[in-house]
Design a protein around this ligand. Structure first.
Ligand code: G3P
Length: 217
């Protein structure tokens, strides 16, 4: 399973990348706004910087909702760097645009996916990635991980090549559950990635080893 970080924050991207286990980055308009990035040039420059920092797929989201606008915006984003993946919302115009990008060799991430039916459409259009938002599904008292399992089953049975990118991860357990359920990628906040490190017995065991090491140092 690949690990992406879900942020536009450069220091968090650096910290995750320094671990040596980072395969890519996902962003969205809310995450970009959180970093105070304003204006088209600043947005493009920010994506360039991320592409230079991380050697992997970098999702950059369009904000147009009509076919022509999505295509125009997506082409500009894709021109920034070979690793840019154009992130397109799961809407009718978005599906048409994903098919166009697929036919023109541009990688896509179909975002805002909340059902298996939507995931089938994304795969039919040839999306490189499909992003089910598991945390937001859990928030509405449905089971986000169960959706990952269902999509993995459908894609396996049907032979779809689209990769399942579990998004809206809220904690380390989500990552473990998504790995079990067959996600190809988890895009996570830094805290959730670092949460995987934690176990009290590791800390207790290390403290004891270091204490005992003093006896022969
Ligand atoms: O990038 C999309 C997704 O990961 C958003 O997560 O926490 O805003 O539901 P969240």
């Amino acid at each position: 399973m690949k690990f992406f970080i879900d942020t536009a924050n450069l220091s968090q991207i650096k910290e995750a990348n320094d671990l040596g286990i980072l395969d890519g980055v996902t962003t969205n308009p809310s995450l970009m706004a959180k970093e105070g990035i304003k204006g088209n040039d600043a947005v493009i420059q920010h994506y360039k910087t991320i592409c230079e920092m991380v050697n992997g797929d970098i999702s950059a989201e369009v904000i147009s909702t009509d076919f022509a606008g999505i295509i125009e915006e997506g082409k500009k984003l894709a021109a920034i760097h070979k690793n840019i993946v154009v992130k397109v919302p799961m809407i009718k115009e978005g599906i048409k645009a994903i098919k166009w990008f697929t036919d023109n060799g541009i990688k896509t991430n179909c975002t805002l996916v909340f059902s298996a039916g939507q995931a089938i459409l994304a795969a039919k259009a040839g999306a490189t990635y499909v992003s089910p938002f598991i945390g937001r599904i859990d928030d509405s008292s449905w089971d986000g991980v169960q959706l990952i399992e269902q999509i993995a089953n459908i894609y396996g049975v049907q032979g779809f090549k689209t990769e399942i990118l579990a998004a809206s991860i809220r904690n380390a357990l989500h990552i473990v559950k998504c790995a079990e359920a067959g996600a190809d990628v988890c895009t996570c906040p830094l805290d959730s990635i670092l949460g995987l490190l934690k176990h009290p017995l590791t800390d207790i065991g290390l403290a004891k080893f270091l204490e005992d090491a003093k006896k022969f140092a």
